[in-house]
Design a protein around this ligand. Structure first.
Ligand SMILES: Nc1ncnc2c1ncn2[C@@H]1O[C@H](COP(=O)(O)OP(=O)(O)OP(=O)(O)O)[C@@H](O)[C@H]1O
Ligand SMILES: [Mg+2]
Length: 264
């Protein structure tokens, strides 16, 4: 899956200075998950520091989406513990609600409400979840539409926008909730090549603000630019993790080497 984005021509693009602090914001310990009898996550340990930027890669079916979906409880784990921003994910619905307001998520297929205007899509969460006054929610929405460079699309409906524009709206929608952590699940893989860069550019700008980010992606030049750490998953395991230069230039495990030889 060789990437053809304009970022390729810019591989020397400057690596962002790490924003990682010493404060732990996500602590995943010995997490196991099954779908019926299929063991999808196996003893996963992962500690993420505030401001850290992590890229997750690995073959299809290795459990990448499942892992990040467990972080905001879109999927439930059966064993082990996940603590996000000091709150343990368990059956307590209050905890889950709290974590979902702090953790934004961007999906491959945007998940915008088709019957609502762009502005209304952005105002929904702040008004209903954050209880923000309407005028303030509108101002916030417009601010983030500026940030993702499509303020002129405010009154249109999702179906009237390109895929790249819709994905930028989806990112803006998450940011309107003022999250502490942003999760991205292959945010560019449904996009035509010419739209990938505009979305990655927005994500690089977000990384520059110091946002804690976990990004499932196979955009390896993006990983080299923003990641503090690249994590490689296979068959429900974290097989290898390293800072990007080491990860790409000096992979340790045969499975990582094979994967990199297939995508690079
Ligand atoms: N709801 C589900 N019920 C049963 N099995 C599932 C479910 N969701 C995922 N799986 C299985 O769990 C495994 C991991 O899925 P997951 O979506 O986490 O993989 P992934 O690494 O994100 O793959 P991809 O790169 O294709 O998105 C796959 O074998 C998948 O078929
Ligand atoms: Mg996936």
């Amino acid at each position: 899956m060789k990437s053809n984005t304009p970022m390729d021509n810019n591989a020397a693009e400057e690596k962002l200075v790490s924003a990682a602090s010493s404060e732990v914001i996500i602590n995943i310990e010995k997490v196991n998950k099954w779908y019926d009898d299929f063991h999808v996550l196996k003893d996963i340990d992962l500690v993420v520091k505030k401001g850290e930027r992590i890229v997750v890669c690995g073959p299809s079916g290795s459990g990448k989406s499942t892992l990040i979906r467990c972080i905001n409880n879109l999927e439930e784990h059966q064993e082990g513990s996940i603590v996000v921003d000091g709150i343990t994910l368990n059956k307590n619905l209050k905890n889950i609600d709290h974590i979902r307001t702090e953790v934004g998520m961007v999906f491959q297929n945007f998940n915008l409400f088709p019957h609502l205007s762009i502005l209304d899509n952005l105002m929904l969460g702040p008004i209903w979840v954050r209880k923000m006054p309407k005028a303030e929610a509108r101002a916030t929405a417009l601010e983030y539409l500026e940030r993702v460079k499509i303020p002129e699309q405010a009154d249109k409906f999702p179906g009237q926008l390109s895929g790249g524009q819709q994905q930028r709206v989806a990112i803006a929608r998450s940011l309107c909730m003022n999250p502490k952590i942003m999760l991205f699940d292959e945010p560019t893989s449904a996009l035509d090549p010419e739209m990938i860069k505009e979305v990655l550019d927005v994500m690089v700008e977000l990384a520059e603000t110091g946002m804690t980010m976990i990004v499932v992606t196979h955009e390896m030049n993006f990983a080299k630019t923003i990641a503090d750490r690249v994590i490689f998953m296979d068959e429900g395991d974290i097989v290898e993790e390293n800072e990007p230069l080491q990860f790409f230039n000096n992979p340790q495990h045969d499975r990582t080497k094979l994967f990199l030889s297939q995508i690079l």
